[in-house]
Design a protein around this ligand. Sequence first.
Ligand SMILES: [Zn+2]
Length: 194
Amino acid sequence: MAASTNKFIAPTDQQWQAIVANDHQADDQFWYGVTSTQIFCRPSCASRLPKREHICIFANPDMALAAGFRPCKRCRPTAELVSNQTWVLEIEQVLQQQYAEKLDLNELAKQVHGSESYLRHVYQQLTGQTPQQRLTQIRIEQAQLLLTTTTASIAMIGRQVGWANPAYFIKIFRQQVGMTPRQYRQQFHKSSRI
Ligand SMILES: [Zn+2]
């Protein structure tokens, strides 16, 4: 019963074919987790096909949960709704972990297994912000931290928080904070000397 092995079970060819074909016949015979996202699904799930090497097989949903995987929002492998609150936490986690990358709504929706419009709707309803606004906020906070704790250049900091174009970074920063990154840094060092 209690499989004490840490090694995930790779899919057989037959299981892989069922996943590729979104085969409903295979539902309730096995569940599959995606190690890169830590989400698990029914074989019939219509979400983006993961790489085969990222798939691990579970004999039941409880085993997937015990291994730390979260049920997919789309195919609901535990047959119970993932509450929107939980989902928003998942979205927050992706934003926090990947703010420095090219993260648009489309990519975000893929990662948390939902449609773009539904994602924006639920997120805004529960947090009062759109996911894009939240992403900007996280990037700005991170930039503020780097400006005051490092000596990295403005352009470098912009890149590190996900804005490759320095002019754009400065523009957004100014909009959000009310001063340029350079002014922000100078002001911080002035006030910390007092
Ligand atoms: Zn799914």
